[in-house]
Write a protein that binds this ligand. Sequence first.
Ligand code: FES
Ligand code: FES
Length: 271
Amino acid sequence: MREDRTADKAPGISRRKFITGTGVVIGGLAAGAGSLFSSCSPADVTRTITLATTKPQFICPYDGKAFDSFEELTAYIALEYPGLQPVDRYVSPYDGREFAALDEFRSYLDNLFSRAGFVRLNVNGTYHEVHVKAGWSLAFVLREKLGLTGTKTGCNRGSCGSCTVLVEGLAVCSCLMLAIEAENKSIVTIEGLSGSGALHPVQQAFVDNDASQCGYCVPGFIMAAVALLDRKPAASIDDIREALSGNLCICGNTKKMVQAVLACSQEADNE
Ligand code: FES
Ligand code: FES
């Protein structure tokens, strides 16, 4: 799959459009979008990682306080500014257009995003609004747009398994899936396994069993193993071999990887 690495041009989004008088501005989406519109060069990718906004924020027009949900915002306004109209209009941060109803405003933004080539990717429990081209693979977007370089690419054609991630709980070669196909689906990358700070049991088992050499293929193996054990906690050695059969290790360390995964299987506990 070919990715177009030429620079996209930003369509002139102004952060100043967030500032309004009495209306409610839904920000956040725009903060992420603004940073992502033009990101293709290495410098812009860095900017994307720094500024990518994960979900919309609802900003109080009276004091600028931000909330994660519209309900929290309206409750706050009712409490702190009881005499004032909680919300009288919605203002697009992109072009200043005003709307009287939230549904109308959301649908306008949805159309705007789809026209501009945005997709919403739920990666490791966090939403990203990413500007993509139709032919970009999920692997490319994860690595080059979101900076999640734990997902590796080798063959880029579905043969090595290095790029394996979980999509809706299934192990998927992210080099074969278009980013637009992954919209609003739950995506888990290797970075998402240790979000709490502790290694995932499968990661720990790989350490304990000395299951990596150069390590390049390891994230893909681990994601394939996690998908198996989530689906079948008492996986047999044959199950494990089959689940890992789509992953290649050029260093030839597959035996130890199978041992590591078996150590995490409930079947091992029963032996
Ligand atoms: S890079 Fe995706 S399978 Fe090899
Ligand atoms: S550990 Fe090196 S390719 Fe697998």
